[in-house]
Design a protein around this ligand. Structure first.
Ligand SMILES: [Zn+2]
Length: 484
């Protein structure tokens, strides 16, 4: 077993290099699910879902698709008939007429600030009316920060507080009331955290000054669906997460530590920064600021998997599916490694070791079958012996501590697929290498849909499954990682 470790590391490094070097041709070929940075966005934060939608400009006003806005929050359907558009959200009926400002929602009239628009059966409502009409559908208050295009449904705001330790080097702790996952970047004199998916709210004042020569101030701003926190200093800064991602510690780069290529992340390597004898806080382990998902397209190379048709091998379906899943996870803020991004042969032990070496937050293996319909989600079925005595058993039951979380991930996937009316079943199976990975692990087997075998190669069909998996993984993000 030890002999495979070096090969695995080399393979993994090669994959990482390949991923960072290759321009992503796949992304440009996808439908316009990607939101480009300069497009206008609305971010929605609610207890059931956090998502971002494109904002459209029509006749000098900002509009949003109402169906897309409500869909993640509940059961919704809509139909159009001529200029009329009817929508039902949970038990609330609404009727809109193209070109009119007056609509009927839940049996009562509502006057929008601009006319309702109907484009290819898609109903658009003016953004400026969101806080007025949404409570009629949701039955709960909303807080819409219109200039920032951020919508808070219910009590979901995450608050920030600051704590400065003026030791040498000084450390600024940013404490949040819930785990956060910002994108962190550095530039001379600044460390910038962009919160795309966290319902972070203003710390009260837009700018906070610190009585410190090194870390001088912090500024909060929000714009186009994002919140941003910038810390200014007279020395280069680094950031690390602690306290289950509820705290970000920003500190000056300890002298002698070379600036690292990965912005904002503590460099691996010398882990203990030089500390003055009076300084008590222990150094925190380096944590990459995004949860890493390892996606494993099962089979590959010599090993073709099942013959789905005369010409179609499982290994090819799993690869395409895995690439779509990578894209979906990436959109939701995960870092993703594909265990193969080509037609490569790779053993089961090698795959498990690669996930373990990368210390991924989650491992997802993808399979495909010609029989059945929809999808099946597997978690590991551990050997009866349970916890181990020897190396062999340990390897076979590596999954054991994470299995409860794996089952939660599996249930979340089933739930998301059912929302999309995807037939789905969950089972346990001794399906290697699920047993051998330390982190939460599931396998998803894709079966044909209503269009039969053609679905297995349909990007549209795979995309629905991939987005369900990615939503599910996001919904349990805070529980991922190696369980102790
Ligand atoms: Zn398979």
């Amino acid at each position: 077993m030890s002999s495979t470790t070096n090969t695995t590391l080399a393979t993994l490094l090669a994959i990482v290099t390949l991923l960072s070097a290759a321009p992503s041709a796949l992304l440009s070929a996808l439908p316009s699910a990607l939101l480009s940075a300069d497009e206008k966005h609305l971010s929605v934060y609610s207890p059931v879902a956090i998502y971002t939608l494109p904002v459209l400009d029509r006749a000098g006003r900002e509009y949003i698709g109402l169906l897309e806005l409500l869909e993640p929050l509940g059961r919704v359907r809509a139909e159009s008939e001529g200029r009329r558009w009817r929508l039902r959200y949970n038990a609330v009926d609404a009727e809109f007429i193209a070109g009119k400002t007056r609509a009927r929602i839940g049996g009562r009239d509502f006057d929008f600030m601009a006319p309702f628009l109907l484009e290819n059966s898609r109903g658009l409502v003016p953004l400026s009316s969101l806080s007025g009409f949404l409570p009629r559908f949701l039955g709960t208050s909303v807080n819409f920060r219109e200039s920032a295009r951020r919508l808070f449904v219910g009590d979901v705001g995450v608050q920030i507080s600051f704590e400065l330790d003026t030791g040498n080097p000084p450390r600024l702790a940013l404490n949040f009331t819930a785990p956060v996952n910002p994108t962190i970047s550095t530039e001379p004199g600044k460390l910038r955290m962009v919160f795309k998916r966290d319902p972070v709210i203003s710390p009260g004042s837009q700018s906070i000054s610190f009585d410190n020569k090194v870390i001088t101030h912090a500024a909060y701003s929000e714009n186009n669906g994002d919140a941003e926190l910038e810390v200014a200093a007279n020395e280069p800064l680094i950031a690390s997460f602690t306290n289950s991602r509820r705290t970000i510690v920003v500190s000056a780069v300890p002298q002698g530590t070379p600036a690292n290529g990965a912005p904002g992340v503590v460099a691996p390597g010398p882990q203990t920064p030089p500390q003055s004898p009076t300084q008590t806080p222990p150094p925190e382990p380096p944590v990459v600021h995004r949860v890493l998902a390892v996606v494993d397209p099962a089979h590959g190379g010599e090993e073709r998997g099942a013959a789905l048709t005369d010409k179609l091998a499982e290994k090819d379906v799993t690869l395409g599916f895995a690439r779509l899943l990578r894209h979906e996870l990436d959109l939701r803020g995960f870092a993703v490694i594909l265990l193969r991004d080509g037609d490569i042969t790779s053993g089961l032990d090698q795959r498990a070791a690669a996930a373990n070496t990368a210390r991924a937050g989650i491992y997802i293996s993808l399979h495909a079958v010609a029989q059945g319909s929809g999808a099946r989600v597997y978690t590991a079925l551990l050997p009866v012996e349970g916890t181990s005595k020897g190396v062999f058993h340990a390897w076979n039951a590596a999954q054991e501590p994470s299995l409860p979380i794996s089952r939660i991930v599996s249930a979340a996937i089933v739930n998301e697929m059912q929302k999309r009316e995807f037939p789905v079943r969950a089972s346990s199976a001794s399906l290697r290498p699920l047993n051998n990975v330390f982190m939460p692990a599931v396998a998803v087997e894709l079966a044909p849909g209503p269009d039969g075998l053609a679905d297995l190669t349909s990007a549209n069909y795979q995309q629905r499954a991939a987005s369900a998996i990615a939503n599910a993984v996001l919904s349990v993000r805070d529980r991922l990682g190696v369980q102790q």
